[in-house]
Design a protein around this ligand. Structure first.
Ligand code: PTT
Ligand code: SF4
Length: 605
């Protein structure tokens, strides 16, 4: 095999054992890598009903055939597991030197199971694997861990770790890398904590076997140069994802006061232009010349790396319009190892519940000191913090009083940062995303704005599916960053060329689409298998707030989604995917995708 190493490192933390395991070329050809490998491993090896925080769950760090070979934007890896937050498939795509080093150490993925008897660091140097005592690091935040391990290992070692959120099994804890890259929104950090795995250090020294190495070298040089020619490149370097604040404010989709109003009167205070005035540097993933992490000094004078989602979920969504303070909350999220989106969502939920007088705690919108205290309480599961630590779906069940109406999630994953009161296509993207309400598979809201926000039509479903196959399928299987294509318009042709030079195989667009379909359909089957008789098409419907409560202010005041029309669009979506009326892949669809045996393990409702 060329392009793939053909080997997984299987690690059992209970037994302190690690062994390389070769895999079959069919797996590579049918599932490519990244998310594709992750779902295949979880489907084949997890028993239905496995407790996500039990030793039996698997935590997978997985790369793709373009990782670790110096290509632009390829320093990313997928971190996947059965999610403790949603109970379904969970993953995240994180930038980290660990991605590069895993491949150079001779593996395509680390597949970790079991539970250490006391905190450990997993140190991998090519074939040598050590299980090192991490008692002195347990209790420390992810930045402290990174600093301490950096002193001990080489400058380029790949390091991923968890903060206190992961240790304390907060359901939306992430895995953190490079003090500002955080991956695995649906609780991958909690899975790592449940295994008592504080950090992984990977160092690799081996070349990766490529089909056409000279061609690949040239393609990498050309690829970096090509990005510099893109008209949006220089503005991207200035603001990265932060320009989205202005766009959302102008288009009434900025999450504000727990997704109540779509516009924020202090939006300018947290905008991309305000950020530019505070910016001290750019940071980013390895092997990237688009470095989109905006580093600013926060209200305590410390570095904090800002992206759009973090800023608005910890800004407008909780009524805070001071960017230096938002940056402090963002840094706390990275240090503790929380997902910043879910954190902003549970805080917004708590504020609204407090405002309605349904809980004794007083947490006012934008009250910086109260928010900081609450974040600490969530990290250590104290008082209301313990309720919120379970995620917004569970918190609404605990609090009751109709609060599920303002618990903003799909399938248990808190909605990322786009208000969909008048964006039925984006609402459907959230409803049908592979991990719950995240925009990674299909961020179609800017397209939808041009195509006609108010329409519920087939064209939107077609565009959604096309986008899901590309972003949720191909880019997640290759594990490369989707921004060059999605934000700068890099032509897809480049990825076909990269893949051929790496693997020696030509993948046509149709083949890639079919592979993506296979991956996303297997993920859907995993959800259906795990949810069993609790599975229902209602799980593909976004939060009721967007259907029941019209926008209260702004130019689109009064806008609201229509449930009947949404449901009709969902029917069209299912039919085009080859899924039945309940959103379950039909036997014919499974057979067509080479997944015939999957049908025996799912229930058709
Ligand atoms: C991603 C999600 C996002 S999506 C953001 S901002 W974004 C938030 N970032 C967080 C953070 O930072 N710290 C923190 N404690 N929590 C955070 N939660 C949120 O997590 C991320 C970039 C971004 S920034 C985006 S859109 C793109 N996402 C990609 C993707 O999903 N796939 C892909 N092939 N390429 C992508 N490129 C871009 O990567 P998750 P990262 Mg993150 C600090 O990981 O779990 O997928 O959640 O990974 O290295 O920080 O890169 O406006
Ligand atoms: Fe990472 Fe941003 Fe570069 Fe993508 S564009 S690889 S998210 S730094």
């Amino acid at each position: 095999m060329q392009g793939w190493t053909g080997v997984f490192l299987k690690v059992n933390l209970t037994k302190s054992e690690a062994k390389p395991e070769p895999y079959n070329e069919d797996l590579a050809l049918n599932f490519l890598g990244g998310r594709g490998f992750a779902i295949k491993i979880l489907w084949d090896t997890l028993k239905q009903g496995t407790n996500p925080l039990s030793p039996e769950n698997k935590l997978i760090f997985v790369t793709g055939p373009l990782t670790g070979i110096g290509l632009p934007n390829s320093g990313k890896l997928v971190i996947a597991s059965k999610s403790p937050l949603t109970g379904g498939y969970g993953d995240g795509n994180s930038g980290s030197w660990a991605a590069v080093e895993i491949r150079k150490a001779g593996y395509d993925a680390l597949v970790i199971e079991g539970k250490a008897s006391s905190p450990v660091i997993l140190h991998i140097k090519d074939q040598a694997v050590e299980f090192l005592d991490a008692k002195d690091l347990w209790g420390k935040n992810s930045f402290e861990v990174e600093d301490q391990l950096r002193k001990k290992y080489s400058k380029l070692a790949g390091i991923v770790s968890i903060g206190q959120a992961g240790e304390n099994l907060i359901k939306f804890a992430t895995v953190v890398s490079q003090k500002g890259r955080a991956g695995g929104r649906p609780g991958m950090g909690a899975v790592m904590g449940s295994k008592k795995l504080k950090a992984i250090v990977v160092e690799g020294t081996q070349p990766i076997s490529l089909a056409y190495p000279d061609e690949m070298k040239q393609l990498a040089v050309d690829g970096y140069k090509e990005l510099l020619t893109k008209p949006l490149y220089s503005f991207w370097k200035r603001q990265g994802t932060m320009s989205t604040v202005e766009w959302c404010q102008e288009n009434s989709c900025l999450p504000t006061f727990n997704y109540r109003q779509g516009v924020f009167d202090k939006a300018e205070g947290i905008s991309g232009f305000t950020m530019e005035k505070m910016k001290v540097s750019n940071r980013g993933c390895p092997q990237c010349n688009m470095t989109c992490g905006n580093v600013v000094k926060d209200s305590e004078g410390k570095d904090s790396e800002l992206d759009y989602e973090n800023v608005v979920m910890l800004g407008s969504n909780i009524g805070l319009g001071n960017l230096a303070q938002v940056a402090t909350l963002n840094r706390l999220a990275d240090e503790f190892g929380f997902d910043a989106i879910s954190l902003g969502s549970v805080i917004g939920f708590a504020m609204e519940t407090s405002e309605k007088g349904l809980i004794p705690e007083k947490i006012g919108w934008g009250d910086f000191e109260a928010i900081k205290a609450l974040i600490n309480d969530i990290a250590y599961r104290r008082g209301l913090g313990a309720v919120l630590a379970e995620g917004v779906r569970s918190a609404a069940v605990t609090i009751g009083e109709g609060s599920s109406d303002w618990a903003m999630h799909v399938k248990g994953l808190e909605v990322s940062a786009y208000d969909c009161h008048i964006a039925p296509g984006m609402a459907l993207a959230y409803g049908t995303s592979s991990i719950g309400a995240h925009h990674k598979d299909a961020w179609i809201i800017t397209w939808e704005q041009k195509a006609g926000r108010e329409k519920y039509d087939e064209a939107k479903v077609d565009y959604l599916i096309k986008t899901q196959l590309l972003r949720g399928g191909a880019f997640e299987a290759l594990t490369v960053c989707r921004f060059p294509n999605g934000s700068l318009g890099l032509e897809l042709e480049w990825y076909h060329k990269y893949l051929r030079a790496s693997t020696g195989k030509s993948f046509s667009l149709d083949q890639l689409n079919q592979t993506s379909d296979r991956i996303l359909t297997l993920i859907r089957a995993f959800w259906v298998r795990e949810y069993g008789d609790k599975w229902s098409r209602d799980l593909d419907v976004p939060p009721m707030r967007w259907f029941k409560e019209p926008l209260k202010v702004g130019p689109l005041k009064g806008a609201v989604l229509d449930l009947e029309k949404y449901s009709a669009m969902l029917d069209i979506y299912y039919q085009k995917r080859g899924w039945n009326k309940n959103g379950v892949p039909t036997k014919e669809t499974l057979e067509k995708l080479g997944l015939a045996d999957v049908a025996n393990q799912i229930t058709y409702g």
